[in-house]
Design a protein around this ligand. Sequence first.
Ligand code: NAD
Length: 257
Amino acid sequence: MPLKGKRAVITGSNSGIGLGVARELARAGADIVLNSFTDRAEDHALAADLAKEFGVSARYIRADMSNGGECRALVEQAGGCDILVNNAGIQHVAGIEEFPVEKWDAIVAINLSSAFHTTAAALPGMKAKGWGRIVNVASAHGLTASPFKSAYVAAKHGVVGLTKVTALEVAGQGITANAICPGYVLTPLVEAQIPDQMKKHNMDRETVIKNVMLERQPSRQFATVEQIGGTAVYLCSDAAAQVTGTTISVDGGWTAL
Ligand code: NAD
């Protein structure tokens, strides 16, 4: 149980990659704080299920990552954290001229500014303990661009920049900051797009996944939430103590092209 006794806060973790990362950190023994902007019975039940399955302590705290004050309050309500995973994120696709201003603002707030606020709130406790791990879930779009994703690409490049600055400011203090850059990951959100894409392109499931959705991913295979979670566990391990200020791509070769 390499992470026993460590408390991990994972933003945006009631589904998809965030939940996958939370599960792998719990499997490695960490106590877990789940988060999203909703406050439903099923959100709290997810935490109870994690606690039961992995024998760790787990709770769910509602906080809206588009609001800086709520980002900071999340870390405070958690009682600080040893591991901070900034994962919450949204997407909107439109050309720059048509891009709705409120969507731009929301994407920059949730995908980028939230990580600034939670990091600022988490660092004092990590410094006091002389140990901390900050894992920012960026994207292949933190390293490359696609048309029609201006806010997302700008925010994810910003996350990579913030990761580097964080690492430099705490270097030598037992705290690391790194960004995971996933390619296409099979989350419920992505799964839900498959039927529409099949209809639109008149293709079967296999063909639409390989030739349309994974066109830029040379492996032609989705990454899984377990693989992203496993990468986060590695970044939290002693083996990664000198890995800081960098990006790890989990993208089937996307950024090698
Ligand atoms: P998802 O929609 O399943 O998860 C997003 C999570 O963020 C959810 O738990 C959602 O409730 C939460 N969230 C959204 N708005 C929030 C807010 N205002 N406050 C708090 N929580 C909020 O999507 P996902 O695919 O699991 O994405 C997770 C992260 O991974 C995102 O940052 C995304 O950009 C990144 N990512 C995803 C992929 C992919 O292919 N799925 C690829 C690269 C990067």
